[in-house]
Design a protein around this ligand. Structure first.
Ligand SMILES: [Fe+2]
Length: 230
């Protein structure tokens, strides 16, 4: 051991660095963001209720359909974690968003008649022990007045613990002018921004790959569920 002291120093430095990164890696809770008017299961939607067969994790394809919905393929996945960083099992993740033309599955959308008949609009899944969620969907289309976004909810034990939205890193220039996004700053803002990268799906088809953990307090109550909890 010709240089024991520097080695010891190095080990100390590495230990300190990893301790600091462990501290700074404490997950930031995903910010609560408005549900908006077009959640498909809200009381104002008069369209037919989405059947169970069309609530799966592949929003690009309706049950039994040969054609996929229009739009750029996105594989959105991550882990649902608690504020200590542990994966949450049995968390239900719901996602809903516009088709490639910027239309929602909701009777309140003034363009509802123009919706893509091949797109699923909504998906849900329940996490396993690894807390992982994954959806195959499209890049949401734009509609007047908002930046591009996915809506999502997380439910634990039947209670909604988070309602939020994911927005896109490549639209940061317009965040400040968006009526919803501009209310978020710093870590809260970053907790909702995804940065899809170019890649492929398992079959080799071009896809945007977006990976983002969702961090929730399982004891929290979101939206309408807040009023129920006392
Ligand atoms: Fe929206």
């Amino acid at each position: 051991m010709p240089h024991p002291a520097p080695l010891r120093f190095l080990r100390h430095a590495l230990f300190a660095a990893s301790a600091v990164s462990a501290l700074s890696a404490a997950p930031v809770r995903t910010a609560e963001v408005t549900e908006g008017p077009f959640y498909p299961f809200n009381s104002t939607n008069t369209l037919p209720t989405i059947p169970a067969a069309n609530r799966d994790t592949d929003l690009t394809r309706l049950a039994g359909a040969k054609e996929a919905g229009k739009g750029e393929l996105v594989l959105l996945s991550g882990v649902v974690r608690d504020v200590a960083g542990s994966p949450i099992a049995a968390a239900k993740v719901e996602i809903w968003h516009t088709d490639a033309g910027g239309v929602y599955y909701h009777s309140g959308d003034r363009n509802v008649e123009k919706r893509d008949p091949a797109f699923q609009y909504y998906g849900e899944m329940v996490t396993g022990a690894d807390g992982r969620y994954a959806f195959r969907t499209i890049k949401p289309g734009l509609y007047t007045g908002r930046i591009r976004h996915y809506h999502f909810k997380v439910k634990v034990g039947g209670a909604t613990v988070l309602t939020s939205q994911f927005t896109f890193d490549d639209e940061r220039a317009t965040f400040a002018s968006d009526g919803v996004q501009r209310s978020l700053k710093g870590d809260a803002l970053e907790s909702t921004v995804i940065a899809p990268q170019r890649g492929t799906d398992a079959s080799g088809a071009a896809a945007w790959i977006a990976v983002k953990d969702i961090v929730v307090d399982p004891a929290a109550r979101s939206g309408a569920d807040r009023a129920k909890k006392k």
